[in-house]
Design a protein around this ligand. Structure first.
Ligand SMILES: [Zn+2]
Length: 348
């Protein structure tokens, strides 16, 4: 199994508000799935968050927006938030709960970019800046082919509009473009030093630049600057190893309808790790259906059929009390009758 590139943390375990914090191991950056109770996250982990992906705005998924904002103020920070239809208004209402009369006196600015998916491949975006007292601005409608909400050259965020008993709920997948390893010993063998040129090299590879592109290598040796020009193709062959990016998916609060199943299947397909709600035992399927939730067995089936490597069952209903462990067992059994491995305990 390839080395993990993402490090996910199920913040409140399987029973609390479903929140997953994902650290990207190559950069000082993190992403958050859902924004229920995040008080257990240390501030240093919160400050790394660049993107927040919210499934829907029931309280257990969006209650700590204000807490997050409190930790970001007063710093110079950009944060992107993504959510379901109506999400811009929900963010705006949260912001409107506070007075911002002194905001313009600060040098630092917290810039929020909020994107909502309206319907398939159509969305809307607006910005809110601390220094502008978080007034809604720069609103625009967007074409979003493939429901891709962000592609920044490193990660691609894809959403699926799911049905949660009449309420739109978003499922998410995050795909890392590719993983570029640079062999430092090979660099040394070729007489090349290290420096900022290596990040330009990595970027050129991620952007799929052609082999005959010239990369300028510059570094310091014995106190003097050294400069060499190399072809990207040579470097690709001699000092790099490129591996396919990995995918992580998050699906909560949706029913097991035909339409949802098809959408979830493409989100989960080939994911290394998938967090899937396992709210009810299958014996309570009527209640699950009535409330628009998945049972643990359905979660296991969905992950199994999509070829997920690791399933983490989440969002257990507290109604089971001492029987909570059965949800995990049921998800595991449905998942394992495929190839017998890969269920990760949400309690780790
Ligand atoms: Zn929920």
């Amino acid at each position: 199994m390839p080395k993990p590139l993402f490090q996910p943390l199920l913040v409140n375990g399987p029973e609390g508000d479903p929140v997953v914090h994902v650290d990207f191991l190559q950069t000082r950056r993190a992403l958050l799935f859902d924004l229920g109770n995040i008080r257990a996250l240390p501030p240093r982990k919160v400050l790394r968050i660049s993107d927040v992906l919210v499934s829907h705005t029931h309280m257990d998924h969006f209650t700590d927006f204000a807490w997050l904002l409190r930790l970001l103020l007063v710093r110079d920070i950009d944060l992107r938030l993504f959510g379901p239809p109506g999400f811009i208004r929900h963010v705006e209402c949260h912001l409107a709960a506070f007075e911002w009369n002194l905001a313009h006196k600060y040098e630092e600015d917290v810039r929020l970019t909020v994107t909502e998916l309206h319907s398939d491949e159509r969305g809307r975006r607006a910005e809110f800046r601390f220094r502008h007292r978080f007034a809604r601005e720069n609103e625009q409608t967007l074409d979003l082919p493939g429901n891709v909400l962000l592609d920044d050259g490193r990660i691609t965020i894809t959403a699926a509009l799911l049905d949660h008993q009449g309420l739109p709920s978003m499922g998410w997948s995050v795909q890392e473009r590719a993983h570029v390893n640079i062999w430092k010993n090979r660099l040394a063998e070729l007489g090349l030093g290290t420096g900022p040129w290596l990040s330009r090299l990595r970027q050129a590879v991620l952007e799929g630049r052609p082999d005959d592109e010239i990369i300028v290598a510059e570094w310091q040796a014995d106190g003097r600057a050294v400069r060499r020009e190399l072809r990207l193709g040579e470097l690709r062959r001699d000092v790099l190893r490129v591996s396919a990016g990995q995918k992580i998916a998050y699906v909560v609060d949706c029913g097991f309808t035909r339409e949802n199943r098809a959408r979830i299947a493409s989100l989960l397909e080939g994911a290394r790790t998938a967090f899937v709600e396992s709210a009810f035992l299958h014996e309570d399927i009527d209640r699950a259906t009535e409330r628009g939730h998945l049972t643990a067995r359905q979660a296991g089936w969905l992950a199994r059929d999509a070829g997920v490597e690791q399933l983490v069952p989440v969002h257990f209903s507290p109604r089971y009390g001492e029987r909570l462990g059965q949800l995990e067992v049921e998800a595991r059994e449905a998942f394992r009758d495929h190839d017998g491995s890969g269920l990760v305990s949400p309690r780790q």
